[in-house]
Design a protein around this ligand. Structure first.
Ligand SMILES: Nc1ncnc2c1ncn2[C@@H]1O[C@H](COP(=O)(O)OP(=O)(O)OP(=O)(O)O)[C@@H](O)[C@H]1O
Ligand SMILES: [Mg+2]
Length: 229
């Protein structure tokens, strides 16, 4: 579904991604982990086209996409749930759900409301009237509306109360059952390990560890050394 080969990216003269290589298979859930500031969001931005790649290759469904603009990557089937959620404060829930172009209507409003009953209840509320958890549900729902084949989530549990973190985990399990491919950036290790099949750990702009999620769950030494858990 997705492959990064030796991807480099810069912010001005800062060399942030220093040769990132990773893959997400069809129907696979992959977690991208790492401490603050190691380049996880920058990796997501490189994949979605929000930052340009200075070297290396990104393949989406076997097509090189590193020169495609973000909107075209979205049309090809990438859905992004950005860090910080990106909710519009003044638009209602329903309006925000109607914004993405319908790629083929698999996620109708009815199906979205079935998966997220709280969004049906809140459909007339503006973005800034929602709780953090409700905003996160809306961000995930909005990404699904464009019927992605690959869903990219950047720290969906950030800033949420434990109950809502649990709910995010349940939603990700539901989505996983729909056979979407998922790349999940997370600081919450137990959430990541509860949904991911495989994990990569980043440090200082490169991938330094790769293993099945079940293996990292048992490997306290690696958790401590690379994640500070
Ligand atoms: N717009 C920017 N301009 C310059 N440097 C940036 C910019 N955004 C991020 N950086 C730097 O790039 C590095 C990687 O940042 P990035 O946001 O990818 O980290 P992250 O792993 O997502 O961290 P976090 O867990 O805090 O979200 C950091 O050193 C950060 O300070
Ligand atoms: Mg980040």
């Amino acid at each position: 579904m997705l492959e990064l080969r030796d991807v480099h990216a810069h912010y001005g003269s800062s060399h942030i991604l220093q040769g990132v290589s990773l893959r997400v298979g069809a129907g696979e859930v992959v977690a991208l982990l790492g401490r603050n500031g190691v380049g996880k969001t920058t990796t997501i931005r490189a994949i979605t086209g929000l930052i340009s790649v200075s070297r290396g290759e990104i393949l989406f469904k076997d097509t090189p996409i590193q020169d495609e603009p973000p909107y075209r990557r979205a049309r090809m089937g990438m859905g992004l749930v950005p860090q910080g959620r990106g909710i519009y404060p003044n638009l209602s829930v329903r309006e925000q759900l109607l914004l993405p172009p319908d790629r083929n209507g698999r996620w109708s409003l009815q199906e979205i409301y079935a998966l997220f009953p709280i969004l049906r209840e809140r459909r007339r509320h503006a973005g800034d009237q929602l709780s953090g958890g409700e905003q996160q549900m809306l961000a995930i729902a909005r990404a699904l509306r464009s019927n992605p084949e690959l869903l990219l989530l950047d720290e969906p549990s950030e800033g949420l109360a434990p109950m809502m973190v649990k709910r995010v985990g349940e939603v990700l399990q539901d989505i996983k059952r729909q056979e979407l491919s998922i790349l999940l950036v997370e600081q919450n290790l137990s959430l990541a390990l509860s949904v991911a099949d495989r994990v990569y750990i980043m440090n200082k702009g490169v991938i330094v560890h790769e293993c099945p999620a079940a293996e990292l769950a048992q490997d306290e030494e690696t958790q401590h050394r690379l994640l500070g858990v």
